[in-house]
Design a protein. Structure first.
Length: 172
């Protein structure tokens, strides 16, 4: 069986670090992940994914991230249940994080914090973060110049021409 999850998104709040009775660190956080499509009004939705990270990784995660931080995570989905104080059964689905990557520099994170949560785009009004997950093995995030602009018109729209692709042209 395979149970792997790779997500890229922004933290909706500062991660909460706690310690279990046996002294193990655990942090919980929610990751906002943009959807790839827009609705009828042109707005992009997001999914809010509950995540948990354990031990030293939890401590490091809390030390280097805060609300709005862009992170990539790798883990697995876990489901569990418990009885709340009213005696009702509560079901929880969350991502147990095995690895994470910080996808923005400290300078960018601090600049975003000073600008009310918005990342400056240095005068480039069409610049947009593409949220492509690219592990960087602890190095500074790579500058991804492949920006996507949803305002770019579809070059094939309204042409009326069909595109003829033979099966020999397909890579699979």
């Amino acid at each position: 069986m395979i149970n792997r999850v790779v997500l890229v998104g922004r933290l909706t709040r500062d991660p909460e670090l706690r310690t279990t009775g046996s002294g193990i660190s655990v942090a919980t956080f929610t990751l906002a992940v943009d959807r790839q499509f827009t609705n009828a009004q042109g707005e992009r939705g997001a999914d809010f994914i509950s995540c948990v990270i354990w031990r030293k990784a939890a401590e490091n995660f809390c030390n280097f991230t805060s609300k709005g931080s862009l992170v990539g995570i790798d883990g697995r989905i876990q489901t569990r249940s418990y009885d709340n104080k009213d005696g009702q059964r509560v079901y929880v689905t969350e991502v147990v994080v095995d690895n994470f990557s910080l996808l923005e520099s400290r300078k960018d994170r601090e600049a975003r914090g000073q600008n009310g949560g918005f990342t400056p785009n240095n005068g480039n009004a069409s610049a947009q973060n593409t949220n492509n997950f690219q592990p960087n093995n602890g190095a500074a995030p790579a500058n991804n110049n492949s920006t996507q602009n949803n305002d770019t018109p579809d070059p094939f729209a309204g042409s009326g021409d069909t595109i003829d692709i033979s099966d020999d042209d397909l890579p699979f």
